[in-house]
Design a protein around this ligand. Structure first.
Ligand code: AGP
Length: 611
């Protein structure tokens, strides 16, 4: 939810931290702050974006080679200067930045007040800063020990970075449930919530695990756990390149990521489908293959767009692998005392791999003894570590808050899983498998064809940019795509939109239809095509405006709809990969025309790591 950056080395810390915060702003952007230690401690923080902080700091003392920075998405305390991070302890001995939630902060705050501590903010983070200071001064221990003892009293989640003005030669970092990555340079170390601010300096990283504490000086880093055991760091090599995290000439990250989908889908199936062998191989699932193939039920848990991908997964697993599926909002699943059997397979789907509700649902599923798998886009993310096995989508960093390429990559993985299981169960013939593999190979070029219609989508957006409501309708595997199209429009243009099964329109939503209500149909050629023709006629009979996504060459709907968007023909199970793209672009253009902040929509953040 928040972005954390730190640097210790021989270079000026400020420019490194500032640039890192800008790369992480997608994680939260309601306030920002920087602390730099150079003999004395300078803290600058305020409400607003990183660029506003940069203007605020102009001309101030920011020299120093050790520093930390934070960009916030408020959880405790409204976005304002006082609640912005970094937070210092009462006597300014400790300065900390924190991503996560200290669940027992009110209890800790009460105890500290009894010791004479006063607080200037409403945050849980300030409580932690004072707790560390209280232990440090009352028990006369080192900063490292004070941090460790304080964390032993904490209930909750943290990605934490600490400076101590009395031990100014080090940075202390710790992690529980909120991600923290350490980049290893030559006599310098970089810290960040994920690898994007680090990759331009080094490709050697350590992903901190839960209960890890790192004590970092310029020339060395010591890794321990909360029990004070010294740990051997697991140094990994990241293969991201800087261009992947920059806009590369696109106006927005979201537009770049929509146009990346031919490549991201290709990268997701690359090395996993083989025409020669006519097989699908998902290495991450080898160890659990039998349990997956013999699953009595699959439970898909996710949030937001990932939940829409899960709904597509339900159609695929039931239709192709003939396994009963339940799709659950993670936030609901975790609280309703669900029945989870040992023969169930729970699959968590998450782009960020850090969504708090999905992580909590995973814990619940693990307690039941079920096999828990993950489909994530961020290597080393919490969900990828908490699950028994899984499959990474290879969509590359998704910076735009509105998820696009992650959705199509998730659907690609779910399709491969369904066919892999179906084949193992003898339900998918060699011929059917060969057709699917060929069709999957053709998807990137078909999306390229759709992307060429971008100007057409822009024209349609221009016609409907002032509407206040919109309805998205689809049947079968296109129903989740209707939901996804509606979410895209809602979250970036702030127009209210709803997705519905097309047949459900008669059970209420049809009352909404008039000339001011555009209805977007996914009406490609499939077994329910004739039914959706009737639905379109029902809308037209009530003066509704119809935008229809149709199969190339459809000359029926073009005579009925106000606008038709022709997409290439594809196997019914793959149509969601194609139909989503026009909806992403129409939402994008409407949002831009309405002057909305497409990459950082109001009230939203890229990764919802709080409940
Ligand atoms: C989708 O555009 C939204 N940004 C949001 O619904 C997102 O899909 C949801 O928060 C789940 O995130 P995750 O996939 O990282 O778990």
């Amino acid at each position: 939810m928040c972005g954390i950056v730190g640097y210790i080395g021989n270079k000026d810390a400020y420019p490194i931290i500032l640039k890192g915060l800008k790369r992480l702003e997608y994680r939260g952007y309601d306030s920002a702050g920087i602390a730099i230690i150079n003999g004395k401690l300078n803290i600058y923080k305020k409400r607003g974006k990183v660029s506003e902080l940069e203007d605020y700091i102009l001309g101030m003392d920011k020299k120093g080679t050790i520093g930390i920075g934070h960009t916030r998405w408020a959880t405790h305390g409204e976005p304002n200067d006082r609640n912005a991070h970094p937070h210092h302890s009462q006597n300014r001995i400790f300065t900390i930045i924190h991503n996560g939630i200290i669940e027992n902060y009110t209890h800790l705050k009460h105890s500290l007040k009894e010791q004479g501590y006063e607080f200037y903010s409403e945050t849980d983070t300030e409580v932690l800063a004072n707790l560390i200071e209280y232990i440090y001064t009352s028990q006369k221990v080192t900063a490292e020990i004070a941090v460790r003892l304080a964390l032993l009293k904490v209930v909750g989640a943290y990605g934490l970075v600490v400076l101590c003005s009395e031990e100014p030669d080090k940075i202390i970092a710790a992690r529980k449930s909120s991600p923290l990555v350490i980049g290893i340079g030559d006599n310098e170390y970089f810290l960040a919530s994920d690898a994007t601010p680090i990759i331009e300096y080094t490709d050697r990283v350590i992903y901190l695990n839960n209960d890890d504490i790192a004590i970092i000086k310029k020339e060395e880093m010591v890794l321990k756990n909360l029990k004070n055991d010294i740990l051997q760091p697991n140094i990994e090599k990241i293969d991201l390149c800087i261009s992947e995290i920059e806009k590369n000439g696109f106006d927005h990250f979201m537009l770049k990521e929509i146009f990346e989908q031919p490549r991201s889908i290709q990268d997701t199936f690359r090395g996993r489908i083989s025409q020669e062998m006519n097989e699908i191989r998902l290495g991450g699932l080898y160890s659990v293959n039998d349990q997956l193939v013999h699953a009595k039920r699959i439970i898909l848990i996710a949030c937001g767009t990932s939940w829409h991908a899960a709904l597509v997964g339900e159609y695929l697993f039931e239709d192709i692998a003939r396994i009963p599926v339940e799709v659950e909002y993670a936030s609901e699943f975790r609280y309703r005392n669900p029945l989870i059997g040992k023969e169930d397979v729970v699959i968590a789907i998450s782009q960020s791999g850090e969504t708090a509700d999905t992580l909590a649902a995973i814990q619940l599923a693990k307690e039941s003894g079920a096999l828990v798998l993950g489909i994530c886009n961020v290597v080393g993310s919490s969900i990828s570590r908490e699950t028994d096995a899984g499959v990474y989508t290879h969509a590359g960093p998704e910076i735009g808050v509105a998820s696009t390429k992650a959705f199509t990559a998730q659907v690609t993985v779910l399709t491969m899983m369904a066919f892999m299981i179906g084949k193992e169960k003898g339900l998918v013939s060699d011929e059917r498998m060969a057709i699917l593999i060929k069709e999957l190979y053709d998807i990137p070029s078909k999306i390229e064809q759709i992307l060429k219609l971008n100007d057409e989508f822009k024209k349609i957006a221009g016609i409907y940019k002032h509407v206040t409501n919109a309805l998205y309708l689809g049947r079968g595997v296109s129903f989740p795509v209707a939901l996804e199209g509606a979410l895209k429009l809602k979250e970036i243009s702030y127009i209210h939109a709803e997705g519905y099964p097309a047949a459900e329109m008669k059970h209420g939503p049809i009352a909404l239809i008039d000339e001011n209500m555009p209805v977007i149909f996914i009406a490609t050629k499939d077994k329910s095509y004739d039914k959706i023709l009737s639905n379109i006629q029902e809308v037209k009979a009530r003066n509704g405006a119809v935008i229809a996504i149709v199969t190339e060459g459809d000359d029926i709907i073009s005579k009925m709809a106000d606008h038709t968007i022709e997409i290439p023909e594809a196997d019914e199970v793959l149509i969601s990969l194609l139909a989503a793209v026009p909806l992403q672009l129409i939402a994008y253009h409407i949002a831009v025309m309405r002057g909305c902040n497409v990459d950082q929509p109001r009230n939203l953040a890229k990764s919802v790591t709080v409940e």
